[in-house]
Design a protein around this ligand. Sequence first.
Ligand SMILES: Cc1cc2nc3c(=O)[nH]c(=O)nc-3n(C[C@H](O)[C@H](O)[C@H](O)COP(=O)(O)OP(=O)(O)OC[C@H]3O[C@@H](n4cnc5c(N)ncnc54)[C@H](O)[C@@H]3O)c2cc1C
Length: 385
Amino acid sequence: MKKYDLIVVGGGILGTFHAYHALKNGLSVVLIEKDPQPQGATIRNFGQVVPSGMNAKWQRIGRRSLEIYKELQSITDISVRQNGSIYLASDDEEMSLINELADINAQNDYPSQLKTSADCLARYPGLKPSYVKGGLFFPEEVTVEPRLAVHQVRTYLIEQFHLDYCAGQLVKEIEENSNGCQVTTANGKSYHSAKVIVCTGSDYQNIYPELYANSDLEVTKLQMMLTAPQKGQKLPGSILTGLSIRRYESFTECPSYTPIKSKEPEGALSKKWGIHILFKQALDGSVILGDSHSYADVSHSAELGFDIDQQINRYMISLAKDIFDLSTWEIAQTWYGIYSQCKTKDIFETTIGDSIHIITGIGGKGMTGSPGYAEQSLKRIFELI
Ligand SMILES: Cc1cc2nc3c(=O)[nH]c(=O)nc-3n(C[C@H](O)[C@H](O)[C@H](O)COP(=O)(O)OP(=O)(O)OC[C@H]3O[C@@H](n4cnc5c(N)ncnc54)[C@H](O)[C@@H]3O)c2cc1C
């Protein structure tokens, strides 16, 4: 019977980076994933790595993620591109917020640059002069290709660090005994280890359903679109717009945030559907466009349904058309993604017995926060600090 130092359950970004840091610390690891290839939130997102959007705590974690992504990219191609992030302000209120955030960043020693509308129009072809009043640019930030990155990190870990990867195996039971932990899959296989880290995202039904049902975890459903490749139009990096300035946590730390938010009309469709407009161009020139947010408690998650609401997509496209002239608005794909988050905390962490650690609920910041967060959490769990 082989006994690993660590079993990681769940091959999304959080599980994969726990495996990464464990292997880098010389531990033996098996990663168990229920699907042939992971296809949860980690695959369905924009791939924006944006510490600029996070509160002070998560910005520090996200900045460490940036270092980890860049270090990995210097060793092997995991689809990281450093083209920076821009927040485009569309009115005086949003201009105030980006100015205030620039001051906060200066105090935190995080590079950001205020841009005029002319700067923005020059860098982002197709951006509408009628929309943009100015921008805040973060030169250190990167993007990844969500449908490639986690697979490429995992391949690197298998090839260079002898990660054992068991795909298509749904974990049904985890037990702690005097010899450590035993993990059993639906197809009857057993794995043994000193410790287990469970990073199963928004899947609350297969293991520990009662624990999740009694927690403050919830699920969020987001609608996303992908345009056909844009001909000759290059939109570098992450592009976030006025509604993101009004939504992202970093801006809540700005002095004028609360008075500005209190003036927003209650009945706006963007509020009702939790919409803000983000653009991220993929390697083939297509543009990922989104997103909307709807929420449900763990025990009511099925009520979010499996449909894509075309009314929401049409509205997001109409907002996007106010911001950019894209060379094509042909929508090649639509999908939804689901992530788990806590209502009152910034992540869900709990330990069962001595050796089973559940970590989920990282919310909408997982591509940004996971590499840095997993490093700290792995060190805590294995008492490496
Ligand atoms: C539409 C969308 C856009 C987003 N955009 C961004 C962005 O641009 N930037 C950003 O920072 N964040 C973004 N996020 C958030 C980010 O994608 C998530 O925070 C992150 O992917 C969560 O990772 P995870 O590993 O916790 O979960 P997941 O990616 O869901 O991974 C969980 C894995 O566990 C597996 N699993 C579940 N149960 C079992 C079991 N019993 N046995 C074995 N395997 C199991 C699943 O198959 C899955 O592969 C976005 C999210 C969505 C949905």
